[in-house]
Design a protein around this ligand. Sequence first.
Ligand code: SAM
Length: 84
Amino acid sequence: MALVPYEEGRALQDLRRPTATYRFAGRNVRIQQDWERHGVAAVVWDAAVVLSAYLEMGGIDLRDRSVIELGAGTGLLGIVATLL
Ligand SMILES: C[S@@+](CC[C@H](N)C(=O)[O-])C[C@H]1O[C@@H](n2cnc3c(N)ncnc32)[C@H](O)[C@@H]1O
């Protein structure tokens, strides 16, 4: 189990931004977010960022694999998996 420090003010600011940009697999990935209209379904969750970083580290070998992302939300993880 992991305990992650959570600053509510800063976290909510990030969720309310219209875009969130990440760098994975040597590429900039810009995700559109819409907290006001779709809430939790239209923002990038920290879990997607952490798992994307894990995949990038080689935590799971994705070569020649088919992957389905359930509950993709904004799709960051699926995009990163495809880039890798
Ligand atoms: C907690 S969010 C996480 C989104 C994304 N995986 C991330 O980490 O940024 C859960 C997502 O699952 C979607 N979801 C919930 N129930 C679903 C269902 N029955 N079928 C498909 N998607 C669903 C929600 O719309 C939301 O986008």
